[in-house]
Design a protein around this ligand. Sequence first.
Ligand SMILES: *Cc1c(COP(=O)(O)O)cnc(C)c1O
Length: 324
Amino acid sequence: MVDLPTYDDVSAAADRLRGHAHRTPVLTSRRLDAELGLRVFVKAENFQRVGAFKFRGAFNALSRFTPEQRRAGVVAYSSGNHAQAVALAAQLLGVPATIVMPLDSPGSKLAATRGYGAEVVTYDRYTEDREAIGRALAAERGLTLVPPYDHLDVIAGQGTAARELLEEAGELDAVVAPLGGGGLLAGTALATRALSPRARVYGVEPAAGDDGRRSLQEGRIVHIDPPRTIADGAQTQHLGELTFPILRREVAAVLTATDAELVDAMRTFAATFKIVVEPTGALALAGLRRLAPELAGGRVGVIVTGGNVDVDRYAALLGGSLPA
Ligand SMILES: *Cc1c(COP(=O)(O)O)cnc(C)c1O
């Protein structure tokens, strides 16, 4: 049996993150409440450092390195928010960082990662295997690999967002969070079970890649091809060895959202809360629209995971000039 994280790990992560991660705001809107027939509490992780909750897991994981691991350095593979999260956490903790990123990553993301002092190693996403490159670098250079979701300290760190949400909002009837590889949702479930035991926990994943829903239904980790969706932070192909058993134990249901529903939710965030939310960050609200009738009158937490979207792409998506 693998060692699964518990709520104690989430609390310990919260202690490590104090003074390093932002305590992001919890937003409410009477207009949204009236529209959905609920009381909604939005945890706005788009205001987190690097613009997404992933800083929490990365900083927690790197904080637990031994002195030797710190000296040798960290390696991570990611085209998205985990890359910047590990790079910034490493810079703050004085750990050399190597980040494996696709050759065709947006220039802004490559620049942001290098801007945090990381060495970027690029690879061809069509012909090369990033996990193999990451493992090879780890072996050759003695680096410690920090994966994006299937890691005890990463899951515990991600759970601190829901912990703060529940501290502020009090007990809830439901908590809804996006689902990619399940690091966020597993951590969210651990915090929710401890602080609001009766609350139901829901995950929302892109309709184009419903491996999470199928995995819970079939009782095994289902693997899929990379899904085609605007939710680039949830294009994962399978849940993890650590995240799956936690989700199986704690999650009431996994819902899906289409790209068009994500754009709709992004528009609601802009109009109602005046916040820029990236497509993956809008998954929970898109799913909640479907859940609202069964939760009628309930108090519901929604995790907005990030706001990292190129401004031109954001404008095009909201303006309807990109296929959603
Ligand atoms: C990584 C990410 C997710 C998914 O998180 P998992 O831990 O992989 O489930 C959701 N939203 C954003 C913005 C992300 O960067």
